[in-house]
Design a protein around this ligand. Structure first.
Ligand code: ADP
Ligand code: MG
Length: 397
């Protein structure tokens, strides 16, 4: 994808003395007292801000935080503690400015944090007047918030339309590069794992990947629905009977391309959904009427691991079992370790998938871990994200 990259503008000496507006994703989790409980997103935003400061720009940074009501600033909406944390990380003062839409006073070599952009009236609906005012604040707009790339809002889309220059920050550029490498120009075989609880939440992903991947590995509740489609008994397992025809269509679409959807041959069952439930390994055809399938079995996991070792590219979304319960986590752990050990370029995303990656400590062995939950899933669905579309359009001049 052809977009202007902020790093290139810096290398070309086009940033010195310029007013740079960075849309970051500083939407961190907080406790009831508003304290930041996890600061990954703030740390991830630092390289872009530092790049702009080092290049001699006058730097403005903004983000949304939580779900404020537009036009009604409340104390809970403030980025004050984010400014404090950012200041520690940058080792310099980061003043926080409210009511910034009509003008921001900032000099080259300085950075200001602009208060929660979702408090501005018209932000969510991408109001043109608001977007034009924001664009007028800067010479260069930098989109560095992949987590918002699937939304067209005033600070993510409208500003990119109207700013003199609109480009991708290093974090967004890294996401674009990883997604291109995994989906647009993959080294084959391309293997996707689409697992988790429900087919319904990921049906579009399954349909879209079925047109592209060489193997589509299903797991979790999703695999249960596919087992039903394959005529296997699943007892009381989580499944969506009304989506069996859609599952069949995915299997047929893959078969028509000479590609496969491996169906589990063995599973781990329980009689109750509980951490201390007895785990029983069974052949898939032996699942009883009162069984619940909570994980793929060891033979299935081993066969899938071998496919992952032989893959050229791996896309992973969704745990293949109830990995929160240790007795039903072996399948997900086997998959995670196979991805970590594979020479394939791998990309992973999704809330619970990231939790599984953290549980097995394989962060460094995954090629790229996507930071944007919803945005990542929309890319897998085959959608063009609004942020990518407008930045590509602006790169054409
Ligand atoms: P992600 O957040 O990575 O996109 P999902 O939210 O789709 O993943 O799915 C994760 C959830 O699916 C986990 O909480 C896991 O316990 C659940 N899950 C996985 N396998 C099963 C299963 N066989 N039965 C019930 N729930 C399952
Ligand atoms: Mg989830």
């Amino acid at each position: 994808m052809n977009v202007i990259r902020f790093a290139d503008l810096v290398a070309q000496g086009r940033v010195r003395g310029q007013r740079v507006f960075i849309r970051a994703d500083l939407n961190v989790p907080q406790d009831d007292a508003g304290r930041i409980t996890e600061d990954t997103r703030i740390r991830a935003s630092v390289p872009c801000i530092r790049m702009a400061l080092d290049a001699g720009a006058a730097v403005m940074v903004t983000s949304h935080l939580g779900r404020p009501t537009e036009g009604e600033f409340k104390p809970a909406d403030t980025l004050a503690l984010v400014a404090e944390r950012l200041s520690q990380l940058l080792g310099r003062p980061v003043p926080l400015k409210a009511g910034w839409v009509d003008g921001v006073d900032v000099k080259p070599g300085e950075v200001v944090l602009l208060e929660n952009c979702r408090v501005n009236k018209g932000e969510k609906k991408n109001n043109e007047e608001l977007a034009r005012k924001m664009a007028a604040l800067c010479d260069i707009f930098v989109h560095d918030a992949f987590g918002t790339a699937h939304r067209a809002e005033a600070s993510t889309y409208g500003i990119a339309q109207f700013a003199k220059v609109a480009c991708a920050g290093p974090l967004l550029a890294a996401e674009i590069d990883a997604l291109t490498r995994a989906l647009a120009q993959p080294k084959r075989p391309l293997v996707a794992i689409v697992a988790g609880s429900k087919v319904s939440t990921k049906l579009t992903i399954l349909q879209s990947l079925a047109k592209n991947v060489d193997q589509l590995i299903v797991g979790g509740g999703i695999a249960n629905t596919f087992m039903l489609a394959a005529g296997l008994p699943i007892g009381k397992s989580l499944a969506e009977a009304d989506l069996v025809n859609d599952a069949k269509a995915v299997i047929d679409a893959m078969a028509a391309r000479g590609a496969a959807v491996p169906i589990p041959t063995d599973v781990v069952c329980a009689k109750t959904f509980a951490a201390d439930a007895t785990a029983t390994v069974k052949a898939a055809r032996d699942v009883a009427a009162d069984d619940m399938i909570l994980d793929i079995g060891p033979r299935t996991a081993g066969a899938l691991a071998a496919q992952l070792r032989a893959a050229g590219t791996i896309v992973w979304n969704g745990p293949v079992g109830v990995f929160e319960f240790d007795a039903f986590a072996h399948g997900t752990e086997t998959i995670a370790r196979a991805i970590a050990a594979s020479d394939a370029f791998s990309i992973a995303g999704g809330g619970d998938t990231l939790a599984a990656i953290a549980k097995y400590g394989i962060e460094k062995d995954v090629g790229y871990i996507s930071t944007g939950g919803g945005a990542f899933l929309e890319v897998l669905e085959g959608k063009t994200l609004p942020a990518f579309e407008i930045l590509a359009r602006r790169a054409k001049g």
